[in-house]
Design a protein around this ligand. Structure first.
Ligand code: ADP
Ligand code: ASP
Ligand code: MG
Length: 417
């Protein structure tokens, strides 16, 4: 078969899959299998597990308020090591391979250092390398370059998933295989619910909600890209026998899923903090007085509930912000106390958002109501609720996380027999 007509494939390996040299040698065997099956292969690697956390901690230790351009210079280094090591391991078993840093491809991003977005990838260099040299491209995930400043950037935690899907789209790969430490996407995090079931297929829309609501098996942005570019993406295990791996879970269009459940999965996120403003004047413009300054400070407000108080001239407003922005949001609102005019500000960090996701919710009524009853029966108090077309979320005390996730998981018939 002439090389140029070969199909291409992207394989991504996460931190636990490249945790040490033995694991990297194991990855090389997975890659070898696909090369021998006739694919042009681009591999995307993460840093060794724990490495990025260590690098982030070093930056914080060096200075609590550090220059994010230098943060990127530091944290991108983990992937540089694993890409070089995997190229060596591949060469060692007779597979031609070359490592690529983000700037060498280049993977162009904006300049939001620490959480940059990919703007474009020129896949021609990679395709050339496949065709003329027949080399496996081993690409450092998580990193790119901001063209105008020439500075290196990183894509936010878990960003190697996004590097992989973006490269798959850029080179027109047949599919993108995301290898991790679980053998697919489950109905909920299998680490907290042992009865969770592996899903054969998940719709892009559902996976997007699951990832956004806390299922960190895929970075949210990677699912967005897979959905936009219609890249068939599999989540599968690098711990399978390289000679006989299982296909894992396919993330695909809704139309490709025959048997649809009402609820597909349960996710939870501890990345929420609650703020309540008591006795806010109940008059036009107050919501704007609270939420516009938060938006201006780039703080994402998620759940919002407003309660009319007994005296009807004041109201209580509760909302959530990302945990990382909790202190900043409180400081901003305390500074605006005179303008907004509230009696007290209460905050809680020990809360969790539990969400149920499923495209079947579009056509079934009363799905969320059943959850409220089931949680109440377990004595779990709901602090806030939000719903959208294919999901609902409840905010509860974090002490009840596991109980709530398990309760909803059983309620919607997701437990393994
Ligand atoms: P990697 O380092 O390979 O990128 P991650 O730790 O980022 O791996 O993602 C894999 C982890 O995601 C699993 O170990 C699992 O605990 C967690 N996870 C959370 N929700 C789910 C889910 N619904 N299905 C599968 N894994 C999940
Ligand atoms: N190494 C980076 C992180 O830990 C990127 C990734 O693994 O996807 O966030
Ligand atoms: Mg990950």
């Amino acid at each position: 078969m002439p090389i140029s007509s070969q199909k291409s494939l992207v394989m991504k390996f996460g931190g636990t899959s490249v945790a040490n040299l033995d694991r990297i040698r194991n990855v090389a065997l997975h890659v070898k299998r696909e090369v021998e099956a006739g694919y042009h292969v681009a591999v995307v690697v993460s840093a060794m597990s724990g490495k990025t956390n260590e690098l982030v901690a070093w930056c914080k230790d060096a200075s609590a308020l550090h220059d994010m351009r230098e943060y990127d210079a530091v944290v991108a280094s983990g992937e540089q090591v694993t890409s070089g090591l995997l190229a060596i391991a591949l060469q060692n078993i007779g597979i031609a391979a070359r490592s690529w840093q983000g700037w060498q491809i280049p993977i162009l991003t904006d300049d939001a250092h620490g959480s940059a977005r990919i703007l474009g990838i020129d896949g021609s260099g990679l395709s050339d390398s496949f065709k003329t040299k027949g080399e496996v491209a081993v690409i450092a995930g998580f990193q790119g370059i901001h063209k105008e400043s020439g500075r290196l950037t990183t894509l936010g935690r878990g960003g190697s998933d996004t590097s992989a899907v973006a490269i798959a789209a850029a080179i027109g790969a047949e599919r993108c295989d995301i290898y991790t430490d679980v053998d697919g996407v489950y109905t909920t995090d299998p680490r907290i619910v042992p009865k969770a079931k592996r899903l054969e297929k998940v719709a892009f829309e559902e996976m997007l909600e699951m990832a956004s609501m806390g299922a960190k098996v895929l970075q949210v942005r990677s699912v967005e890209l897979a959905m936009t570019h219609r890249v068939p993406t599999y989540v599968r295990s690098s711990f399978d026998d390289p000679a006989d791996p299982k296909p894992g879970t396919l993330i695909c269009g809704e139309e490709d899923i025959v048997e649809q459940q009402i609820i597909t999965g349960i996710a939870y996120s501890k990345d929420e903090a609650q703020i309540t403003l008591r006795r806010v004047a109940d008059k036009p413009g107050i919501a704007a007085a609270i939420f516009v300054p938060l938006a201006d400070a780039n703080i994402n407000v998620d759940m919002i509930i407003q309660v009319v108080s007994d005296d009807t001239t004041t109201t209580d407003i509760t909302f959530t912000v990302p945990t990382a922005d909790f202190e900043r949001a409180k400081t901003i609102l305390e500074g605006l106390r005179g303008t907004i005019g509230y009696a007290t500000l209460q905050g809680a960090n020990d809360v969790v958002k539990v969400s149920a996701i499923g495209v079947g919710m579009r056509s079934h009524a009363g799905v969320a109501a059943r959850a409220f009853k089931a949680l109440a029966d377990k004595g779990i108090n709901i602090r806030a609720i939000t719903t959208s077309e294919i999901k609902f979320s409840v905010l509860i005390d974090s002490a009840y996380t596991e109980l709530a996730v398990r309760t909803l998981h059983s309620l919607y018939g997701l437990d393994q027999a």
